[in-house]
Write a protein that binds this ligand. Sequence first.
Ligand code: X8Z
Ligand code: ZN
Length: 662
Amino acid sequence: MIHRHALLALAVAASLLSLSACKKEEPAPTAPGAAVIPEGETADQFVARINEEYRALATELNRAQWLASTYINADSEALSAKTNERFLGQLNSWIAQSRKFEGQQMSPDSARTIMLLKLNTAMPPPKDPAKLAELTQIASKMEGMYGSGKYCTGEGEAQKCRQLGELEDVLRTSRDYTTQLDAWQGWHTISPPMRQDYTRFVDLVNEGARDLGFADTGEMWRSGYDMAPAEIAAETDRLWGQVKPLYEQLHCYTRTKLKAKYGSDKGVVGDGLLPAHLLGNMWQQDWGNLWDILEPYQGAGSLDITSSLKAMYEENYREQQRKFSGEPTPEQQVELERTAQLGTAKQMTERAQDFYTSLGMQALPESYWEKTQFIKPRDRDVVCHASAWEVNMAEDVRTKMCIKPNEEDFTTIYHELGHVYYYLAYTKQPPLFHSGANDGFHEAIGDTIVLAMTPQYLRSIGLVGEQQQSNESLINSQMRMALQKVSFLPFGLMIDRWRWGVFDGSIKPDNYNKAWWELKAKYQGVAPVTPRGEENFDPGAKYHVPGNTPYTRYFLSHVLQFQFYKSLCDAAGYKGPLYECSFYGNKEAGAKYLAMLSKGASQPWQKTLKELTGGEKMDASAILEYFAPLQTWLKEQNEGQTCGWQASGTATAAAKPATKQG
Ligand code: X8Z
Ligand code: ZN
């Protein structure tokens, strides 16, 4: 899967560490069945050998993890932990073996491979074999707990249990204050049982990180950017500074609308913060579902994609129904609905594939369609959180989703196919270069395509009706994109601000929840409406925390995708305003994109960025250019309002006085 580093990470340190306990010159211990280390091997031969060993072991790990995520039970969990343990042990062994080549003559590619080997993990394992085993067990357990999480109400016969998908549906569609609060709080009951495990997990990975020479796991994560760890942290601050004024305007407008909808007491919390359960999304990371409340001009160019997707499902349903002459039995009825759901999910995926092939990229391999999980199975628990998998580092690529016919899932398919097309583009690279230029690149590929899904494109594929050309319709379409992209920015930052603090010890276990909400308040300006004390573990209710997926990648992606988009528009010879550009069907843009993807992680990302965009820095000015009309409009709307908020109780609150508008 895309977060393979994380998995690898687990495995990395073990055998290396046991090595350092004995004599340095001794060959590193290898896992049973691993190749014998040839005598007199050169660095380049070493790199070629471990690339092949890595291909085999990573494939085995991916298969075990695919099963554990699509078939959650005690056996798949134990097997995936065991496979991960073996893999990480071997990764440690490779790192240990690589030490012998330090300072020796080798090709630049070999030097880069050895450098990447040490970083290719989000879960650095401790050298103690017992602790490594414990770590992989905890990791598999937390993944399973998240995937099978349920909120149950009522007793006995009347008991009703709902999983994440159903609770998200409530936030997406209900506008009842209490119903939404119940769904939001309900999902957050799944994570307190993870708190102990997570605390232990942090100790174990930190031990692994120190064994590899890093101060802590956060520093290790920040070391994967071809620059010093402190530099990338400063880069994220700089980029946030560029976009923060735009976010504040969107926040201000949203607050006004929430107050109008729910009343001036209920639409806001504390000093101007937005109520966490009213933003249409469990984590307040994407406000697109609030379209009914936030649409600037009703009737000015409808962009209601969800209705069209639902209509697609209805059509498929009727088609299935026509196959029965009489009334279907209840069992047949269930089958009929599922066939229609699967058909719709595949049609949505074919639609996304079509964008990529229109750029000159290949069709997805047949095995993709056979092995992918499109919809939620009904006979077992699975991890529904969407992911893309590079199973055998060759043609066996898959996605795992629980697709429903709505706009959010539709754009997530484009996102996931971005990962898949990256995998397909870099298959010819050596396995250890099978990665994004940096992890933000990987996350940005599909989202760049989403930016090119302009109203005109959506019209051309029949998902929305005829579009009028007016300032009103422009503002509507800008708002639609901003609710997905701009609302995300501070969320993309705060998750790892929390984890960096957890890993470096400045956030202690007895402050986990407090620190979480302080960061939510500071960056996003959101707050819960009831106290969330340390009996809760709200970070655990977001997939990437129990799943140990680093999150800075998504923040970077939200900056990079606008840079990529602008460059591809240039490559397509587009001349108009940025926000109207679609490069659908443009082969020049496609060739340029594919050339970038094929590089994988074989060179520093700055070089890859330069080849595509002409510059080697991440830069948020393309976002600002894109949203310029909306920002002007928002300022007008917010005139006379006191924008901004006070994140009271946070150490940094005093540094951020409320900004006045008008
Ligand atoms: O986790 C994801 C993808 C898989 S890499 C579905 N995303 C982040 C999230 O859902 O929190 C995409 C946007 C941010
Ligand atoms: Zn992704």
